[in-house]
Design a protein around this ligand. Structure first.
Ligand code: NAD
Length: 364
């Protein structure tokens, strides 16, 4: 099993070092190869996604990605900015299904801005379609309006569109994911206003006929945004388009209180994927050794489960993370009175130690 390791920029290199440490103590035959991406790749090769990095990502069974970006690159022309590397990888690897779990660990319920009883035990999965919708629809641009409220005025426009196969494949992904969980899918749309999302709703309903064991309901996106803060535990799997998913997955992330804890996966049609923490490169804390590495470590667990078919190893990592939290270790972002503040490396070492202990127990 070959894994492409792309640490990226800012805290990317620090958190990735801890995830690699965790992967290395597992009793698995993993081959890892590292490459530059984002601003680091731009500095070395003049492009955020050099050919060599893309080829490595293509040849690997999975990609573990840190984070990219820094404010110092904001003045570069768009296609040279670090964030373009993510878009390029999504496009070239055909990653159309984005998995964003929002899990609220019992030990961290206080970190949420919602009442503990609303989020304790929260475990929902937002599945966002990643390669279509208004973000990629053509035509788009600026022009002089020929109609509308102000004919003759300058205007900008984008195109929202989804084809039937695009909706079918993400619907299948959602129903199959729900089968491994609590067997409930909520499809989020804006069918009352948008033609594209009336079509979305019709196609999801059609695909549902193949999954009679999974419950399906439909919800308008404005209501979904409200229900996520009112009764988030009522959801199991949420499936939606690119733009609504972009917004709702960040809202769901915040229910848990800490972005430093949340992994994510972007999968292709064969379950090959790119795994990364939900947060960015955090330039404000880069190099200080205080970033939370758990989102990246949990991304590695997702990678073992979804792309490398190692569910037991994934579960072991997740349980090691839980035990470290139960022992009271916290990085600054999740620290609270009465717990012990640790740095990035110490947190990674604690997860490794918890894994080694469980290995020793398992092996008798
Ligand atoms: P960010 O997620 O990097 O940081 C937001 C806040 O959360 C900061 O205060 C940061 O210190 C904190 N934070 C983030 N991750 C943390 C962790 N693991 N441990 C502790 N604290 C953590 O978002 P931003 O500041 O808006 O963006 C910074 C850069 O990251 C920008 O260049 C942006 O474009 C880029 N970015 C990249 C990705 C990605 O690589 N997938 C995603 C989002 C943003």
């Amino acid at each position: 099993m070959k894994i492409a390791i792309l640490p990226g920029d800012g805290i990317g290199t620090e958190i990735m070092a801890e995830a690699v440490k965790v992967l290395n103590v597992l009793d698995l035959k993993l081959e890892t190869e590292q490459a530059l991406v984002g601003g680091a790749a731009y500095e070395a090769h003049g492009h955020p996604l050099p050919e060599s990095t893309l080829n490595l990502a293509k040849s690997a069974d999975a990609v573990l990605f840190g984070a990219v970006g820094d404010w110092k690159y904001d003045k570069l022309e768009r296609q040279l900015r670090p964030e373009q590397a993510i878009l390029g990888l999504r496009k070239h690897l055909g990653l159309f299904a984005n998995f964003r779990p929002a899990i609220c660990y019992e030990q961290l319920t206080h970190a949420s801005s919602l009442k503990p009883e609303l989020v304790a035990g929260l475990d929902i999965l937002i599945i966002r379609e990643l390669t279509g919708d208004i973000y990629f629809g053509q035509p788009r641009g600026r022009r002089v309006a020929i109609d509308g409220h102000f004919p003759g005025a300058e205007e900008a426009f984008d195109t929202m569109r989804y084809s039937k196969p695009e909706i079918e494949r993400i619907a299948h992904v959602a129903f199959q994911a729900a089968r491994r969980r609590n067997k409930k899918v909520t499809s989020v749309d804006k069918a009352n206003v948008l033609e594209t999302f009336q079509f979305w709703k019709d196609v999801v309903t059609e695909v549902h006929a193949q999954y009679p064991d999974v419950a399906l309901d439909h919800m308008y996106v404005d209501n979904a945004a409200m229900q996520l803060v009112k009764a988030p535990k009522a959801f199991d799997v949420v499936v939606t388009g690119n733009m609504f998913g972009d917004i709702l997955s960040d809202e769901a992330a915040m229910l848990t209180g800490s972005i430093g804890m949340l992994p994510s996966a972007s999968l292709d049609k064969n379950n090959k994927g790119l795994y990364e923490p939900s947060h960015g490169s955090a330039p404000d804390i880069a190099g200080k050794g205080i970033a939370n590495p758990l989102a990246t470590i949990l991304s590695a667990a997702m990678m073992l489960r979804f792309s490398l078919n190692q569910p037991e190893a994934a579960a072991r990592i997740e349980s090691a993370v839980r035990s470290v939290l139960s022992a009271g270790l916290r990085t600054g972002d999740i620290w609270s009175e009465g717990t012990r503040k640790v740095g990035t490396r110490e947190m990674g070492d604690a997860v490794v130690a918890a894994l080694v202990t469980t290995t020793t127990i398992t092996k008798g």
